[in-house]
Design a protein around this ligand. Structure first.
Ligand code: FRU
Length: 451
């Protein structure tokens, strides 16, 4: 089996399992990034919140575990959530999980159902987290209430004017289809502690039974919705669940969300899941995404990696993504030799028939689309959650409309391709990539190495 070595500039857990980014916030002069973490193994289990802190989004200091099960209501895990600053304190919102039955063979996964409530921990300084002080803020739903008793999770909270808002992922039974469908519940609060249900977003045409990790925010005056619908592709070739993005309207008084357009993939490599956004120190909207790894690192010590933090902007009614300036400025050294010992940026103008082979990872242009193939640099026997969740190997973007430029970041074994300065992004994890670069039908190619 081929494994993955630790990237130089991408966020990874020091040890063991990591999935969704949580509580991403710029707080008192530093970035805090929490993450879904199982501290005992390189696979998913009882969820804790890991915690790292950075001044620049490049160098991260490990602060250990912030949230861990400590109350009856979160005895089996602290699922995903978000952070805000209020009166100088850090408020962490998360989903508290209790299993209705234990699994006799493994107490770290449920024996039957998960029981979900929403909870809050207030930290004085963003460094100390008194797990005795957690409080439940939205109790478990009963059958036939607005939310689902088992599948309601991932509170994302923000403040606008004098109101605190929360979006929550949930599911309901569609009476016509007799099937479960995803929904988003919207709550408001005047103090960030007491919450009232206001409205919900449903869309029965959207093929998904559960919407995870919703995030609703403004770029300028435009509202943008990100969510991670489960089981939205069922082609047997790719992960079934994917992160999607779309422009929406949001009425701040009625809390009505209107979807004006189809949601589309936030990243066309189809490894990305559970993105979370925040505002950086310059008030730019930044998103960070979990890249799913179907097997652990080379030394078997850790599993899970995030994309570069990406700045989101809107141009011609579309969201564009660019590598955050703090990361981008690392690639200052122009080089002529491709290497895997450092992070490399390759910039090229492409045309029909252009091809690149980066150590076994293939990229080509056909019919105005970017195609990639990681078949020769991937693990085929491994599965993300030990079930049938297979990862795909071949990907493509929609037709390019805004030029023919690629910026390809290769960080030991993570590849991120920014097409036309962020018109589309396609990112993949690879295993066993070789140290060579070949290309054809390309005139201009320049490379930069990270400092
Ligand atoms: C998304 C997710 C969230 C949940 C968390 C549990 O990957 O399933 O909905 O809170 O992971 O680790």
């Amino acid at each position: 089996m081929k494994y993955m070595t630790r990237p130089k500039l991408h966020f990874t857990p020091t040890k063991n399992w990591m999935n969704d980014p949580n509580g991403f916030i710029y707080y008192k002069g530093e970035y805090h990034l929490f993450y879904q973490h199982f501290p005992y193994d390189t696979k998913w289990g009882t969820m804790h919140w890991g915690h790292k802190v950075s001044k620049d989004l490049v160098h991260w200091e490990d602060k250990g575990i912030a949230l861990y099960p400590s109350k009856d209501f979160d005895r089996n895990g602290c699922f995903s959530g978000s952070a805000i600053e209020k009166d100088g304190k850090m408020y962490l919102y998360y989903t508290a999980i209790a299993y209705d039955q234990l699994n006799p063979d493994n107490i770290h996964v449920t024996g039957n159902k998960i029981i979900a409530s929403q909870a809050l921990l207030i930290s004085e300084d963003g460094i100390h987290f008194d797990n005795d002080q957690k409080q439940m803020i939205i109790p478990v739903f009963q059958e036939n209430q607005i939310g689902h008793p088992n599948n309601t999770r991932d509170p994302k909270v923000w403040k606008d004017k004098d109101t605190y808002y929360m979006v929550l992922g949930s599911q309901y039974e569609d009476q016509t289809l007799h099937e479960m469908r995803g929904e988003i519940l919207i709550y408001t609060s005047c103090d960030g502690i007491h919450w009232d249900y206001q409205n919900r977003l449903i869309n029965a045409n959207f093929d998904s039974n559960m919407w995870e990790c919703p995030d609703l925010f403004k770029i300028g005056e435009q509202y943008v919705l990100i969510m991670s619908p489960e089981n939205t592709i069922n082609d047997g070739m790719n992960y079934p669940s994917h992160a999607m993005i779309g422009l929406v309207d949001f009425d701040e008084n009625t809390c009505e969300i209107t979807m004006n357009e189809e949601m589309h993939f936030i990243d066309y490599g189809l490894d990305v899941y559970a993105p979370q956004t925040t505002l950086d120190k310059d008030h730019q909207r930044v998103v960070i995404n979990w890249l799913r790894m179907p097997c652990p690192s080379e030394d078997l010590e850790w599993n899970g990696v995030y994309t570069f933090p990406r700045v989101m902007t809107i141009k011609d009614h579309r969201v564009y993504f660019s590598v955050h300036q703090e990361i981008e400025k690392q690639f200052s050294q122009s080089v002529s030799q491709f290497t895997l010992t450092n992070a490399i940026k390759i910039s090229v103008d492409v045309k029909e028939g252009s091809r690149l082979n980066i150590g076994g990872y293939k990229i080509w242009i056909d019919d105005h689309k970017v195609y990639t193939d990681r078949q020769d640099v991937f693990v085929h026997e491994a599965k993300l959650f030990n079930n049938d969740t297979k990862a795909g190997t071949k990907f493509l973007t929609p037709p390019l409309q805004d030029g023919n430029h690629l910026d390809i970041y290769v960080d030991t074994q993570v590849i991120e391709i920014y097409v036309n300065h962020g018109e589309y992004v396609l990112s993949n994890v690879v295993y066993g990539m070789k140290e060579y670069l070949e290309y054809e039908n390309i005139e201009d190619l320049v490379m930069f190495e990270a400092k």
